[in-house]
Design a binder for this molecule. Structure first.
Ligand code: SF4
Length: 355
């Protein structure tokens, strides 16, 4: 069984819906009923009712051969193909057969979200034409991981980091913000992944009907924006020196940058667009058209400045500290509850647990 996101099918001419933004990556999904039971996921084995949704998106089934023909007939329609998979029998074999066909028909780089637990599996996927392998960590909190996702965050990190060590520059992970983690936990995990060479893609939690978290709320936008900003600092970190300072409620209170420095980074790189593998924009995965836009699928000059101004204003209202915090050696000198500094010769950590 192959499914494709409704937007993907529309770009390929196989469906016809009105779209506010077209996907720049073709999103496919393979696998049957998932054997995992992540409490937030619409594919979990105990989810009641409809399994055709992942995040907010519907994924109709499509005939494999029809899909191949459609890709060949629409050169240049996408920048990438991404396979999402469920933990179910036969998925790995199906990937090995389908990836080369799609890669050949489309001529596009391929990402695969698949929990490769043995390196031979990763090797086989890369040999089959996969450019990037994604292993979703999703939950940023060690406290919550066993109940929300099963297993431990520590084991998930080992898996992702060891894969990245063996295949540098080819590993992506997904983190979902809004599963009950605090900002410090999310920031620490983002820093750890980044230092391991793993590309981090952020998702905002979105409640799915039939799941145990169907009545939970999406994350506060300001918390999400701060983490997007941190991701931007990590991407463009050579240009800025910064720190991540948290208060005693584990909220980020400063990046050790002035308002001018923060605006400067945001004006050069609009950090609120979807962050992921090159070409991935995931339109409306986690937001309703007209609702809160956690990830923008594209940059629109006419709205970007307003979003930046709103972010800065919300930070001020929240009591965020904008002071530049560097001492003469270029290190962040924020004193209260500093998580760590990035930039300069070395990372510095007030709790001396290394960067
Ligand atoms: S970042 Fe985008 S393209 Fe990459 S694995 Fe995630 S959804 Fe797919």
């Amino acid at each position: 069984m192959v499914r494709a996101s409704i937007g993907t099918l529309t770009v390929l001419g196989l469906r016809d819906i009105r779209m506010d933004a077209a996907p720049t990556t073709a999103y496919l999904m393979i696998g049957g009923q998932c054997s995992s039971d992540c409490v937030y996921c619409g594919q979990g084995r105990n989810v009641a009712g409809d399994h055709s949704r992942l995040s907010r998106i519907s994924w109709p089934e499509v005939d494999e051969d029809r899909l191949i023909v459609a890709f060949a007939a629409h050169p240049g329609a996408f920048q990438r193909v991404c396979f999402q998979t469920t933990a179910s029998r036969g998925v790995f074999r199906q990937l090995l057969s389908l990836v080369p066909r799609i890669h050949q028909a489309s001529g596009l780089p391929v990402s695969v979200s698949y929990r490769a637990t043995r390196d031979e599996e990763a090797e086989q996927l890369l040999d089959a034409g996969v450019e990037r392998i994604g292993i979703a960590i999703d939950c940023c909190s060690e406290r919550l991981y066993p109940t929300i996702r099963g297993g431990t965050l520590a084991d998930a990190k080992v898996l992702v980091k060891s894969l990245s060590e063996k295949h540098p520059g080819r590993v992506t992970t997904h983190l979902i913000i809004g599963l009950g983690e605090n900002e410090l936990e999310a920031a620490e995990l983002m820093l750890e992944m980044r230092h391991a060479g793993v590309l981090v893609s952020l998702f905002a939690f979105t409640p799915i009907q039939g799941t145990q978290m169907e009545h939970a709320n999406p994350p506060p936008l300001l918390a999400y924006r701060k983490l997007q900003f941190l991701l931007g600092l990590l991407d463009w970190g050579n240009e800025e020196r910064f720190c991540v300072a948290c208060d005693d409620t584990n909220c980020i209170r400063s990046f050790g940058l002035s308002e001018v420095q923060m605006r400067s980074l945001l004006n050069r790189h609009f950090l609120f667009v979807t962050h992921g593998c090159p070409g991935c924009n995931r339109p409306f995965y986690t937001e309703a058209p007209g609702g809160t836009m956690f990830n923008f699928p594209r940059i629109r000059a006419e709205t970007a400045q307003g979003e930046i101004d709103q972010f800065i204003q919300d930070l001020k209202t929240d009591g965020f500290e904008f002071a530049e915090r560097h001492n003469s050696e270029g290190r962040c000198s924020f004193a209260g509850g500093m998580l760590r500094c990035v930039g300069g010769e070395k990372n510095q950590n007030a709790r001396t647990d290394g960067g």
